[in-house]
Each structure stands twice: as structure tokens, then as C-alpha cells.
Design a protein around this ligand. Structure first.
Ligand code: ADP
Ligand code: MG
Length: 409
């Protein structure tokens, strides 16, 4: 995938509509609203520094949370503007709307090097339906779009696909970097290439598993996702969380995820790929915890599988240490509870070790995965931490992300 890059356009002195990836949760600390983390803001600093060097006027557009077309006080972009100003060491002005005469006249008065943060675009209901009149209003007074909203690129919204209908758009450096790393996984990873899938719901992950299967060498499966695969192989899972059937009442469709897992196992066999499932599990009845070997013992009724067991940990870590590219999405268990965190911790440690000692490429993705990675170290321990959640998985699933289409050469 070849993107239109910043240097392909003459941006000098222009007014830029900067589509930022700042959908970042806010929490109240002693009456003050603060961002829960600023990874996505830090990720955009190179793009913004580039635009400042080009003497651009920068107007920042983003959505935050799900205000559903209403003004929600703690979903304003004010804390985002403040944190950006701090990190960029440059003033960032903030205005309490994203369209309208006040915004237009403010933008008309901007000077080169000025930065203005618009209000949360989701305060307008027109955003979510990609309303064209609204999208045009968002573009008023700007010359170019610089698009770094990769985490939102799978959405058909006014602030993604809408604005791109009305102004020429190029990719920002953050988006470009994400696409380069993820494309390499799909196109020419260093081998052996191992993917590790864990987490809660198989439905989020099947697209990526299926699309990566032909390019990968080995797939390690843990977390509740592995419970679906184990069920597909006929093991009893007791009261474990297993996403098995989903009935879409509106579409009148039924999705059988256990059957899907069975199909993936078959697909892997026909491609000559190895999918490795846990051979032992940490299970709990809510009070007691024990380790079972699944070939010898089933998960009893009332007990749940909540982490991979020590034998599985050892197997997974050995494979990780022999891999040249490792991609991880989803923790190996209910890591939020210390009792069920050793499996995840071991896998993260093995990845760090592979990166440090064998210079393997290590890539992690997913909101909870990144939380876990930070619990056990920091993100610099990995070659790349993809910050885009659902969009990352859709990209790896080979789906076309609508907002990326106008950014392509
Ligand atoms: P990510 O956000 O990184 O894509 P997911 O959202 O898919 O990851 O999964 C993370 C969640 O999965 C965590 O909250 C974790 O507690 C849960 N989880 C993992 N394994 C299990 C399990 N065996 N049983 C229940 N929950 C699990
Ligand atoms: Mg998650």
C-alpha cells in the first residue's frame, strides 16, 4: 500500500485540517479532567512538528468517546489541547465548537504556526452519519487535510470519509508508520513469523487470524479465544467464558464461532501451518484456583479457565524465542487479576527478550494488550505498539478501511 505522504504536497504556509487520533478517555482527578494516557498524542508530535516547520496554520479535528450528538462536559477536547500544548511545547488554542461563524472567523484570523483544537466533533449528530453538508462545513477555510486518524479509519464518519470528499488529503507520519509496520507483517515478515492471539472475543479476531494464517508460520492461541478452539476440539470447558453462538436478530443471522474455530483449524492444516492451543490451564471456581492438564482432566462445572498453565507458558515462550517476527493481540488470561496474570506476563517477557537479545521484530496491538504491556514494563520494550485497536485488526484482516482509500497514491 503506497500512501500520499506529507512531502508529496506543498503544505508551506497552508491552513491544515489535521485529523488527529485523539479519541482518548478522560478521567476526573480531584475535580480536574485528565487524559488516562497520552500515547496517541505523543505519536502525533512528529507530524505536528513537521507542519510547524512548514509554517502551517493547524486546525485539529477529532472525536472523543460517544456523546451521541449532544454536548457532554467531560468529553470536551480541552484536556487534549492542554496535554498537546505541554508535549509539543507550543501554545494550542481551543474553541468550543467545530463548525459555525465563530469557528470560521477564528480560523480566518490564525497566523502561521498557530494551532487551534476544535471541539469534539461527535457533539454534532451529523458526524456519525457522514452528513455531507456538515463535512463541507468542517472543511471551511482549510486548504489540506493531514490525516493521522488511523484508529478511526475504519469508520464512515463526516470527520473521516466526509472531509476527504472535499479537500485533498495526505497521510500524517503517525498513520504512515502504522501502515508500514502492519503491511510488512502481511507482505514480507522476517521468518519464522509467530502470531499470538488471546483476549476475550474470537469474533474480533477471526478476520485477522484467517488473513495472517497464510503468511505466518505458527499461531499460538490463549485467553478466552483459546476456549473456543478447545471447545471446537471437543474439550469440556465448564463455566469458562466461551463466545460460541451469536444471533443477529436484525439481520436474522446466526454465527457459530465454535464451527468457525473448527474451520480455522482445518484451514491451518491444509496450509501446513501450526496452531498451538493451551495444553494446561489455570482454572478457578471463584474461591479456589488450580492447574489442570486438559488431556487428563476437564474443566468442571462451576469452574472457569482464566489463564494458560505453566507447561503452555513454557511452550509458547520457546516458540517466541525462536521467532524473528512476533505479533501479539490479546492477553493470555484475565490478567487484571494478579492470580491470572502469569501467563500474560511470561509471554510479554519472552517477546521483550526476543527483541532485545535476538533483534526480533515484536509488535503488539489492542487496548487491553497495551495496558498489560505497560503493567509489565513499557512500550519501548517492543518494536512497535499499534495504537489503533479495531482498525488495526481490520487492516490485518485485509479489509479496506474507507478513510485510507483517498490517502493512497
Ligand atoms: P485487546 O483489547 O488487547 O484486543 P481483548 O479486548 O480481546 O484484548 O481482551 C482483553 C480481555 O480479555 C481482558 O479484559 C481479559 O480479562 C479478558 N480475558 C482474557 N482471557 C480470558 C479468559 N480466559 N476468561 C475471561 N476473560 C479473559
Ligand atoms: Mg479490549
Amino acid at each position: 500500500m503506497k500512501l500520499k505522504t506529507l512531502d508529496s504536497a506543498d503544505l508551506a504556509g497552508k491552513t491544515i485540517l489535521y485529523r488527529a487520533p485523539y479519541d482518548i478517555e478522560v478521567k476526573e482527578v480531584r475535580g480536574i479532567l485528565e487524559l488516562v494516557d497520552d500515547m496517541r498524542i505523543r505519536a502525533t508530535l512528529p507530524t505536528l512538528q513537521y507542519l510547524l516547520k512548514e509554517n502551517c496554520k493547524i486546525v485539529i479535528l477529532t472525536y472523543v468517546g460517544r456523546p451521541d450528538g449532544k454536548v457532554v462536559e467531560n468529553l470536551r477536547t480541552t484536556p487534549h489541547a492542554q496535554r498537546l500544548s505541554l508535549l509539543l511545547n507550543h501554545p494550542v488554542d481551543k474553541i468550543d465548537d467545530c463548525i459555525g461563524p465563530l469557528v470560521d472567523s477564528k480560523i480566518a484570523r490564525m497566523k502561521e504556526g498557530d494551532i487551534l483544537m476544535l471541539e469534539n466533533v461527535r457533539f454534532h449528530g451529523e458526524e456519525m452519519i457522514d452528513d455531507d453538508v456538515f463535512a463541507l462545513a468542517l472543511c471551511k477555510g482549510k486548504d489540506f487535510i493531514v490525516f493521522d486518524g488511523f484508529p478511526q479509519a475504519h469508520r464512515i464518519h463526516a470527520s473521516t470519509t466526509g472531509i476527504e470528499r472535499h479537500l485533498p488529503a495526505v497521510a500524517g507520519l503517525y498513520l504512515q508508520h502504522e501502515i508500514e509496520i502492519l503491511s510488512k507483517l502481511l507482505e514480507n515478515p522476517q521468518r519464522p513469523f509467530t502470531i499470538i492471539i488471546g483476549g476475550a472475543k474470537i469474533s474480533d479476531k477471526v478476520g485477522a487470524i484467517r488473513n495472517l494464517l497464510p503468511v505466518t508460520n505458527t499461531v499460538l492461541v490463549g485467553g478466552a479465544v483459546s476456549s473456543v478452539f478447545l471447545k471446537a476440539q471437543g474439550w469440556a470447558l465448564g463455566s469458562s467464558f466461551v463466545e460460541d453462538v451469536f444471533v443477529d436478530k436484525v439481520k436474522r443471522e446466526k454465527k457459530d464461532w465454535v464451527q468457525e474455530a473448527r474451520d480455522i483449524l482445518k484451514q491451518a492444516e491444509s496450509l501446513g501451518k501450526t496452531i498451538i492451543l493451551p495444553k494446561d490451564l489455570v482454572i478457578s471456581d471463584g474461591v479456589l484456583t488450580k492447574i489442570i492438564n486438559i488431556a487428563a482432566e476437564e474443566v468442571p462445572a462451576g469452574w472457569m479457565a482464566l489463564d494458560i498453565g505453566p507447561e503452555t507458558q513454557k511452550d509458547f515462550c520457546n516458540i517466541i524465542l525462536q521467532s524473528k517476527t512476533i505479533f501479539l493481540n490479546g492477553p493470555m488470561g484475565k490478567f487484571e487479576d494478579e492470580k491470572f496474570s502469569p501467563g500474560s506476563r511470561a509471554v510479554f517477557d519472552a517477546m521483550k527478550n526476543a527483541g532485545k537479545n535476538f533483534l526480533s521484530e515484536t509488535i503488539i496491538a489492542g487496548g487491553d494488550t497495551i495496558d498489560a504491556a505497560r503493567r509489565y514494563g513499557n512500550l519501548d520494550d517492543y518494536s512497535h505498539a499499534s495504537l489503533a485497536g479495531g482498525a488495526t485488526l481490520e487492516f490485518l484482516a485485509g479489509k479496506e478501511l474507507p478513510a485510507l482509500v483517498p490517502l493512497m497514491e
